[in-house]
Design a protein around this ligand. Structure first.
Ligand code: PGA
Length: 218
């Protein structure tokens, strides 16, 4: 199975900054058939980054960070899965920041996953504890990202041995790829990709040279 290296820009970077990022990243990027690089910029940058990738024949996949739980229609401000499909092959759902700060619950997360699958977008479904796997529908069509709460955006990654224990019990329950996320850096990435099928990177994905190092070391 290919290693998936996912960069989650969160609410950072204007369209111009995201373009600058992909330009810098592409300069050092050495394609590796064993790895898939997926970057998830804000909605506002998806179109421009998509064009850059296509025009330069870059082997980089695009993901979104959120999706409407509804299909198209009278849902002011929402971006639906059909709209994302023009640009993206992946979308993050159930991130701990959305569960906590936007009160996203299991039923909303399941609706989002269902919309994504309808439009052939692979959900990257985040959980911070094993129990959150319970009740997630279409698990086998998801990439699962295990991200312990204390490790997200904290510079305190989970000890790789500990993470591995959780990773193993997730692998018993799902058949798709499982990622580790939470303070992944160029220095520690290899200790996670030994076991996990890839990583979800926040802070250290914002700098193209750090992210290149992560891709290289993964
Ligand atoms: P971090 O974020 O790498 O900054 O810890 C990971 C995430 O939130 O997906």
């Amino acid at each position: 199975m290919k290693k998936l290296i996912v960069g989650n820009f969160k609410s950072n970077k204007t369209e111009r900054e995201a373009l600058q990022w992909i330009l810098e990243f592409s300069k050092n990027y050495k394609e590796d058939p064993q790895k898939e690089v997926i970057i998830c910029p804000s909605f506002t940058a998806l179109s421009a980054v998509r064009k850059f990738i296509d025009n330069n024949n870059l082997n980089v996949s695009l993901g979104a960070q959120n999706v409407s739980s509804f299909d198209k229609g009278p849902f002011t401000g929402e971006i639906n899965a059909q709209q994302l499909y023009e640009f993206c092959s992946y979308c993050i759902v159930g991130h701990s920041e959305r569960r906590e700060k936007f009160s996203e619950d299991l039923s909303l997360i399941n609706d989002k996953i269902a919309r994504l699958i309808e439009y052939k977008i692979t959900p990257i479904t985040c959980i911070s504890q094993i129990e959150q796997l319970g009740g997630i529908q279409n698990l086998d069509k998801c990439v699962i990202a295990y991200e312990p709460l204390f490790a997200v955006g904290s510079d305190h990654p989970q000890d790789p041995g500990e993470a591995l224990k959780f990773g193993k019990s997730i692998k018993d329950k799902v058949s798709g790829p499982i990622l580790y996320g939470g303070s992944v850096s160029p220095q520690n990435v290899a200790s996670y990709t030994d076991f996990f099928d890839g990583v979800l990177v926040g802070e250290d994905s914002l700098d193209p040279s750090l992210f290149s190092q992560i891709v290289k070391n993964a």
